[in-house]
Design a protein around this ligand. Sequence first.
Ligand code: NDP
Ligand code: GDR
Length: 361
Amino acid sequence: MSGESSNSNGDRKVALITGITGQDGSYLAEFLIEKGYEVHGILRRSSSFNTGRIQHLYGQPACHTGGKMHLHYGDLTDTTCLISIISKTRPKEIYNLGAQSHVKVSFELSEYTAQVDALGTLRLLEAVRVVGLEKETKIYQASTSELYGKVIEVPQNEKTPFYPRSPYACAKLYGYWIVVNYREAYGMFACNGVLFNHESPRRGENFVTRKITRGVAKITLGLMSCLELGNLDSKRDWGHAKDYVEAMWLMLQQEQPEDFVVATGEAHSVREFVEAAFAHVGRALQWRGEGVDETGHDANTGDILVRVNPKYFRPTEVDLLLGDSSKAKEKLGWTPKVTFQQLVKDMMDADLDLMRKNPEA
Ligand code: NDP
Ligand code: GDR
């Protein structure tokens, strides 16, 4: 690789995505390929296949012949590989989506979560500097509404103070501020997207929305009798991942690097999500009992369809997230297209289809 400081990709649109195998990475890769980008992604070594969400892109013959998408083994805990991949690919845009992204798991994997989500972000920024691309490469950082944590004000916007409530959120807080610092210290084009929860049929199975739509699909097909959940009262501002990856890209197309909140401006409780999912298959729920004894019954048959299991409670909970994305609307021209009801429908239809084809899924 030459030691020149200019981006030797000339006018070619080259993007690097960490976390390309995740929910957002897969939608972003599709979006960028559609826009004519050459997409590079970092793939973690795993003992089983972890490319299910991008198989349809990787499977394109063009990919094996210098085409649209290229995967590189790497990890956000490995500085050397980050330097090597950035040096080889010389991306114009980097999207840092890689993370240990599960809030509850972060209480058990707190140190690892900090390694990946906090120090991983630092490693990536430093790798860009080491390769000499700090004035060429634009960087998107996957920041999160979890930064707001304990409710100080609603709706939450770019000026709302942070109060993280989990090791995940604390690690992401470091990620947020190191991005701001590198922007100010070295003039790097680096932006934080403070994204509120976004879901899709590709959402990981142990996040609450997907757990619900999979569970309701299984109950509908007689493959399961009851869904066990934790806190039914927490409220989230749920959008669709497909809409949100567009906002990531728009942030990197601006003249100046800035941080943006991305949200729908509408909050629903976990309980409402469960009700909407059952309503999709024509079942109404009746709630009985309170707290850990609460159960959700089929309003017609009385069968118990939902139980609370305290094992899903978190040591510290985030009660209410509701975002104000006026700045994104004004400066990026971004608004969400998918409503809450459409999101539930999209996820339910996909999981019913999946379970019908493969009841073991
Ligand atoms: P996912 O959990 O679906 O995907 C996470 C990705 O990160 C996967 O590709 C995973 O690889 C990869 N990854 C995990 N650990 C490492 C590591 N050590 N090195 C490199 N890559 C790693 O998350 P989402 O797609 O939902 O979210 C994308 C990003 O946005 C994350 O940073 C998340 O914290 C953040 N975010 C998400 C929101 C949401 O509602 N979805 C909201 C706000 C922020 P593998 O497939 O091998 O596990
Ligand atoms: P969150 O998403 O923590 O907001 O983080 P998750 O879907 O895990 O939880 C949302 C809310 O649902 C409650 N809940 C349950 N959660 C899970 N996972 N499983 C359950 O059985 C259950 N029952 C109730 C939770 O307590 C919580 O209040 C997501 C991730 O994508 C982060 O990476 C991202 O930063 C934030 O969204 C914004």
